[in-house]
Design a protein around this ligand. Structure first.
Ligand code: HEM
Length: 599
C-alpha cells in the first residue's frame, strides 16, 4: 500500500483560499504543523557529503519595500492587538505573502538567523514566540515545564486523542503518565526486540521475494517506495506492541488500516489548515472529508473497544513491580494494553484507555516511519556511511538477527538514527502556551535581562532550528553520525556543551548529553515515553535493511520534495533502488579497524 501517496498527504504549502480568508488564526493553526524548510534559506548552502535536499523554493523573503498592503496591515494589527513588543524581544515582521510562497519553516530559520534565538512572530493579532535556543528550550521544557501546556496542539488533537498524554490537561496527564511510564520497563523493551525483528522480517521477506522475481527476469535490482514500506512496518509494530493487534499491513490491507491512515491524514490536515471549520458542528455531516473522518474514527474506536473489552475480560490484576518482574518470554500477550489493564490501583475507564492507545498509535507510528525514511535518504547519498554501517553489522551480527544485547553494540547504526533525527526532527516544532506570566532567559546573544512573557502566549520551540543552529553545531547541515562521539566544549554562557560522558550507556545522545541542543524526543517531564522503544525499533529496521541490501536513490536527491504535517515526510514517497548485498564477510575478513576499535 503506497501509504503516503494513497493518503494524498497534505503539503506544507497552505491552501490559497483559506489563506486569503483568515490570516490571523492561521499561524496558530499552522503552528501545529511542522513547517518545512526546503532548500537553502537565505542562500544558505546545505551540504551533506551529498546535497541535503529539501523543497524547492521559488521565492526569497520579501524586503520591507516589497511588502503588500496585506503584509503591512497584518503587522500593524499584530502590534495593536497583541500589545506590540514583548519587552525587548526582537520582532520578525515577515511579509504575510512570504508564507504562501514558500513553506513557513524557511522563514522561521531565516528569522532565527536575522533576529536571534528568541523572537516574536508579528503575524496577525496574536503573539507567537519562536525559540531556537537550548537555554530557553531547557527553561520551558524542564525548569518551568508546568508553567506551560500544549496550547494549539491540544486544540487540534483533542478530537482524535481525547485525553491521551499528548493533548491532556495537566491533571489528567499526571495520572496517566504515572500509569503509562512503568509499562515501558526493561523486560517489556527487551521482549519487544522479537516483535521488531518479526515485523521487520516480513518487510525483508517481501522485498527479497520481489528481488528474486526480478532476478528471474534478468534484473539485478528493484525499485521500492521506502516511505510506504516503513509506514506499514511501523504500524504493524505499534499495533502488536501497544495493543496486541496485528494489522498485518506489510502484507495486506484492511478497513482498519485504511481507517488508521485516514485518521492520520486528517490529523495532519487539521494541523496544516487555517480555519478550524471542523469545530462547526454541521461540518460533521456536510463536509465529505469530515464525514469520512468520523467514519474512520468509528472503525478504529470499535476495534480498540473490542481489544479493551477483551483485555478486561481476561484481567489478571497485579502490582506494577510484580508485572515488571514477569518472565516475558513466557507471557503470551506482552502488550502495553495488557499492562495498563492488569495494573492494580489504576482503574482508567474505557474512554481513557482508548485515548491512551490512540495517542500511542499516532505518536509512535509516523515518527518512526519518518526517521527511517530520512535515514535511508541520507544514507543513499552517502555510500561511505552505508559501508561503515554494514561493516559494523557484519562484525556484530554476521547474518543473524539482532538481540537486545546486540543493540548496544550497533553504535554506528544508532548514531545514524540520531543524526537523521537531528537533520529531520519529528516533530520539527514543539508547541506550548504559557499558563501564567513567565520570564524567559535571553539565551545566546539575547537580552541578558531575559524576556517577560504574559499568560496565554503561544510558543514554538523550533527543534529544526536548534538542531541546525550554527552556534551549537559544527557543519550543522552535514550528515555526520560520527559527530556524536566527540565532546564539544561550550563557548556559550549558560550552555554546558555536548558531552557523551554525561549519560554513559545511553542508547542515543539525549538532551542531558547535549544540554538541550539536541531534542529528538523532547525533554523535561513531557518527554517522549517511547524514546527507547523507537530507537530500538528504528535501529533494528535499518540494520536488517542494510544487512540484506545496498541502497541507492532512484532519482536525484533534490527531486525528493519535503512536506510536513506533524512530521516531515516526502511529497511523493522515497523511491530507492535496492540490490542484494554480496554475502556477508566471514568473521576473519571483518574490517580490522572496526574490530580493533571495538576491542
Ligand atoms: C522516532 C520516533 C519518535 C519520535 C521522534 C518521538 C518524538 C516525540 C517528541 C519530540 C515528544 C515530545 C512532544 C512535546 O514535548 O510536545 C514525544 C512525546 C510523546 N511520544 Fe514520542 N516519539 C517517537 C516515538 C514514540 C513511540 C514509539 C511512542 C509510543 C509507543 C511515543 C509516544 C509518545 C507519547 C505518549 C508522548 C507524549 C508524552 C507526554 O506528554 O507525556 N513516541 N515524542
Amino acid at each position: 500500500m503506497a501509504v503516503a501517496a494513497a493518503a494524498g498527504r497534505c503539503v506544507g504549502a497552505l491552501p490559497q483560499a483559506a489563506a486569503s480568508l483568515s490570516f490571523s488564526s492561521s499561524v496558530a493553526q499552522t503552528g501545529a504543523a511542522a513547517f518545512v524548510p526546503s532548500s537553502s534559506p537565505s542562500g544558505r548552502k546545505h551540504s551533506s557529503g551529498g546535497p541535503i535536499t529539501c523543497l524547492r523554493t521559488d521565492s526569497e523573503p520579501k524586503s520591507v519595500k516589497e511588502r503588500s498592503l496585506l503584509d503591512n496591515a497584518s503587522n500593524l494589527l499584530t502590534n495593536l492587538l497583541s500589545g506590540g513588543n514583548l519587552g525587548s524581544m526582537p520582532i520578525a515582521e515577515g511579509a504575510v505573502s512570504d508564507l504562501f510562497a514558500r513553506p513557513l519553516f524557511f522563514a522561521l530559520y531565516d528569522w532565527f538567523i536575522q533576529h536571534g534565538s528568541v523572537y516574536k512572530l508579528a503575524f496577525g493579532p496574536k503573539a507567537f514566540v519562536v525559540v531556537s535556543d537550548p537555554i530557553v528550550a531547557r527553561h520551558i521544557l524542564r525548569e518551568n515545564a508546568f508553567g506551560y501546556d500544549k496550547g494549539v496542539l491540544a486544540d487540534i488533537l483533542e478530537p482524535i486523542m481525547g485525553k491521551g498524554l499528548i493533548p491532556a490537561d495537566l491533571e489528567t496527564w499526571k495520572v496517566r503518565r504515572r500509569a503509562i511510564v512503568p509499562g515501558f520497563h526493561s523486560a517489556y523493551l527487551e521482549s519487544m526486540v522479537e516483535v521488531f525483528n518479526d515485523c521487520t522480517e516480513r518487510t525483508i521477506n517481501k522485498l527479497e521475494t520481489r528481488l528474486h522475481r526480478a532476478q528471474s527476469t534478468g534484473e539485478d535490482l528493484i525499485e521500492v517506495e521506502m516511505e510506504a514500506e516503513y509506514s506499514n512496518l511501523a504500524l504493524d509494530i505499534i499495533g502488536i506492541s501497544v495493543f496486541n493487534y496485528d494489522f498485518g499491513s506489510v502484507t495486506s490491507e484492511s478497513p482498519v488500516i485504511q481507517a488508521v491512515y485516514g485518521t492520520l491524514y486528517e490529523a495532519e490536515h487539521r494541523s496544516t489548515f487555517y480555519i478550524p471549520y471542523w469545530k462547526f458542528p454541521p461540518a460533521r455531516w456536510l463536509v465529505p472529508r469530515q464525514v469520512k473522518f468520523n467514519a474512520d474514527l468509528k472503525v478504529i474506536n470499535d476495534c480498540l473497544d473490542d481489544l479493551i473489552r477483551n483485555a478486561r475480560d481476561t484481567r489478571q490484576e497485579d502490582d506494577a513491580e510484580a508485572m515488571q518482574q514477569r518472565d516475558y518470554s513466557k507471557v503470551n500477550d506482552k502488550s502495553l494494553l495488557r499492562f495498563l489493564v492488569d495494573m492494580r490501583g489504576e482503574e482508567p475507564d474505557d474512554k481513557q484507555l482508548r485515548d491512551d492507545l490512540m495517542t500511542m498509535l499516532i505518536a509512535g507510528h509516523e515518527t518512526t516511519a519518518a526517521v527511517l525514511t530520512w535515514a535511508t535518504y541520507m544514507l543513499a547519498q552517502n555510500p561511505d556511511k552505508i559501508k561503515k554501517a554494514q561493516d559494523e553489522i557484519d562484525s556484530v551480527l554476521g547474518e543473524r538477527k539482532p538481540t537486545y544485547e546486540d543493540l548496544k553494540k550497533l553504535q554506528y547504526v544508532r548514531l545514524i538514527v540520531a543524526e537523521s533525527l537531528r537533520l529531520y526532527p519529528q516533530p520539527p516544532l514543539l508547541i506550548r502556551r504559557s499558563l501564567k506570566p513567565d520570564k524567559l532567559p535571553g539565551g545566546h546573544k539575547g537580552d541578558v535581562n531575559g524576556y517577560a512573557i504574559p499568560k496565554g502566549v503561544d510558543i514554538f520551540i523550533s527543534v529544526y532550528n536548534l538542531h541546525r543552529s550554527p552556534y551549537f553545531w559544527d557543519e550543522p547541515d552535514k550528515f555526520m553520525p560520527e559527530r556524536f562521539l566527540k565532546a564539544k566544549q561550550s563557548e556559550v554562557d549558560g550552555w554546558a556543551g555536548f558531552d557523551p560522558q554525561r549519560s554513559q550507556g545511553a542508547l542515543y545522545p539525549n538532551e542531558t548529553i547535549a544540554d538541550f541542543a539536541f531534542l529528538p524526543f523532547g525533554g523535561g517531564p513531557r518527554k517522549c515515553v517511547g524514546d527507547q522503544f523507537a530507537l530500538m525499533e528504528s535501529t533494528i529496521g535499518l540494520t536488517r535493511l542494510l544487512q540484506k541490501f545496498d541502497v541507492q536513490l532512484k532519482g536525484k536527491p533534490e527531486d525528493v520534495e519535503l512536506v510536513t504535517g506533524a512530521t516531515i515526510h516526502t511529497k511523493a514517497g522515497l523511491w530507492c533502488k535496492l540490490k542484494k548485498r554480496q554475502s556477508v564477510k566471514s568473521v576473519s575478513q571483518r574490517n580490522p579497524q572496526l574490530s580493533t576499535r571495538r576491542s
